[in-house]
Design a protein around this ligand. Structure first.
Ligand SMILES: [Zn+2]
Length: 116
């Protein structure tokens, strides 16, 4: 078993199950989201339910470490989402009012997704 396989297994076991997931049909998967411009990995993300990604909920970001747990911070202390390599700005922090949930609103087509 390779490290990558193990990592995937660990992450699958760690997928969050909560009311937000349930509200989206209980189906989740992990995605790698890459910068559209330079193709660098920007975040690994638990996507609940079907459909496109318009927002990245902070409580669903599992990588990188510095972006995990942002939901505990005040929105004004959170910088825009940037590509770690080319520094392109990919999204801005805001609160999704319907769920009172903090997230990045993504710029249209800023990220390209790969299923893990
Ligand atoms: Zn980039």
């Amino acid at each position: 078993m390779g490290v990558n396989f193990l990592w995937k297994k660990i992450m699958k076991d760690k997928l969050k199950r909560d009311k937000f997931r349930t509200a989206r049909g209980g189906y989740s998967r992990l995605l790698e989201l890459n910068c559209r411009l330079c193709n660098s990995l920007v975040v690994k993300y638990q996507k609940d339910g079907p459909g496109s990604i318009y927002r990245l909920y902070f409580d669903r970001i599992v990588y990188p470490e510095k972006l995990v747990g942002l939901e505990k911070f005040s929105l004004k202390d959170i910088p825009s989402l940037k590509c770690p390599k080319c520094k392109e700005i990919l999204g801005t922090p805001y609160i999704y009012k319907a769920e009172k949930r903090k997230c990045f609103r993504l710029y249209n087509g800023a990220l390209v997704k790969n299923k893990i």
